[in-house]
Design a protein around this ligand. Structure first.
Ligand code: ATP
Ligand code: MG
Length: 462
């Protein structure tokens, strides 16, 4: 009661506990050209209509750190309806917290209204106008609800100044990640912040402030309460940050991987599993940094592959026929991990496509290689095979053969074909059911340790 009263008095009384520091360009180093034309135009339009508007959050942080931002967010004191009216190509999204997507050329800017922390009893009444579930606030409130000091910076493209309420610029220059407020309380409010701490520290090479670091180990298990769809989003950000190897290393050090990637433990126990996953992550990091295409399906296929292999081997040992055993193993792994990780149906489809094409690489006779190379997912499946070979789980000879086959002309390809020990004659109407194309070509593979083994004679019909 008394605390509430004090808080109320404190909030009402000026000066504010976090006076803003207005930092000129020569101290923060952002060049105006670093900000996208769409973000600049959006801020200008809002400001010309009498509102405050700034580039905010990750983009400002990345610009000061000398990185190219992924996207630009804008924060303003205009309400979503006011923003909507100012931009012809815009729409309000989100129900609980409305934001506006503003389209400028090919860019989509996320414009959000200054918001106060969601502190039911005080803020709603004093600081915010409550509209549905939206709690508007001042710019200072908006800064205070953000997670780390380096994420609470506001850049004004018109004046070139940065508005800094929590010494974010200083922290960034000192390469330190500091929480706004008490880290324990902020982790309790939202455990995802622990993962964000790890991601930002890996991405920007920041030292975690001891107060930010210390509670993580003991609070790590709170991650389990986070809805899986949110975990999935955060995990994608982490894995596609261009610093996945470093992130995973740090997550393991902090005991955070158990909640986020329960499968990592399982994978790392498999022979060759850790090597394979780390190679896959390193490969993804390189692709991201080189601005090449990546796909969640491919990455998740690598993360879960050794679990599938182990499951499949067990089934085959128990006498299950190879092909149905592979299907069951895939489904089982995707069912358990898919649920925990909220893997969408579309991504699960991509993952299966990549897995199902793997056994078909073993088949190097007859028409099979020609058909395989025509598959829509061939390129991804081939990249996957390369990683398997690099980790020692598939033979390098096989990967080399497929590289040569892709580069060869038609006549050369014919010469490369291995003797096909399967039945030569095609038996019409037998041996293949619709939808089982991949399975029909499947042959047993050689998991762990069989790097140089010669594939057994294929036993399928084709
Ligand atoms: P990036 O987009 O590079 O992953 P980001 O900092 O922009 O990093 P977003 O998730 O896009 O991350 O969030 C935008 C901003 O919203 C952040 O900079 C931060 O100010 C605020 N924010 C995001 N998530 C949280 C959170 N869990 N708690 C408090 N503030 C958050
Ligand atoms: Mg962002």
């Amino acid at each position: 009661m008394i605390r509430k009263l004090l808080r109320r008095i404190f909030k009402r009384g000026e000066p504010s506990p976090h006076p803003v520091e207005i930092i000129p360009a020569e101290r923060h180093g952002i060049r105006p050209e670093g900000v996208s034309p769409g973000a600049r135009r959006t801020c200008e339009t809002l400001q010309q209509a009498g509102h405050r508007a700034y580039v905010v959050g990750g983009a400002v942080r990345d610009l000061i750190a000398g990185r190219q931002p992924k996207d630009f967010d804008v924060a303003t004191d205009a309400t979503p309806d006011e923003v909507r009216r100012l931009f012809r190509r815009s729409r309000i999204i989100g129900r609980r917290f409305q934001i506006v997507h503003v389209m400028q050329g090919g860019e989509t800017l996320e414009v959000s209204t200054f918001r106060a922390a969601h502190d039911e009893d005080t803020l709603k009444v004093e600081h915010g106008r409550v509209l549905r579930d939206n709690v508007w606030g001042s710019m200072e409130d908006d800064a205070a609800r953000r997670d780390f000091t380096i994420n609470a910076l506001y850049y004004d493209p018109t004046s070139g100044s940065v508005f800094d309420y929590h010494h974010g610029v200083r922290d960034l220059q000192r390469k330190t990640l500091r929480m706004i407020g008490d880290p324990r309380a902020r982790y309790r409010e939202d455990p995802v912040r622990m993962l964000r701490a790890v991601r930002f520290s890996a991405k920007l090479d920041l030292r975690l402030d001891p107060m930010v670091q210390a509670p993580i180990r003991e609070m790590a298990e709170l991650i389990e309460n986070v809805p899986s769809s949110r975990l999935f989003d955060e995990m994608l950000k982490l894995l596609f940050s261009g610093h996945a190897v470093e992130c995973v290393k740090r997550l393991r050090e902090d005991g955070l991987h158990q909640g986020l990637l329960p499968l990592l433990d399982v994978i790392f126990e498999q022979p060759l599993g850790e090597k394979f996953v780390m190679l896959a992550l390193a490969d993804t990091d390189l692709r991201i940094r080189a601005d090449k295409r990546t796909s969640p399906g491919f990455l998740f296929a690598t993360l879960l592959w050794h679990e599938v292999l182990a499951n499949w081997e067990k089934r085959k040992k128990n006498g299950e026929p190879a092909v149905p055993a592979l299907h069951t193993a895939m489904d089982e792994v995707l069912d358990t991990q898919g649920e925990k990780l909220a893997i969408t149906r579309r991504i699960a489809g991509d993952i299966k496509d990549i897995w199902l094409l793997q056994p078909r690489f073993e088949k190097r006779g007859g028409r099979a290689p020609f058909r395989l190379i025509e598959q829509q997912r061939f390129r991804a499946a081939w990249d996957f095979l390369l990683l398997r070979a690099k980790s020692g789980e598939a033979s390098q000879e096989l990967a080399d053969w497929w590289l040569a086959f892709q580069e060869a002309g038609n006549a050369e390809r014919e010469e490369m074909l291995k003797p096909d020990s399967g039945p030569k004659k095609r038996r019409r109407g037998r041996g293949r059911k619709t939808g089982e194309a991949g399975a029909a070509d499947a042959v047993p593979m050689h998991p762990a340790g069989a790097a140089d083994a010669v594939p057994p004679a294929p036993t399928f019909k084709d």
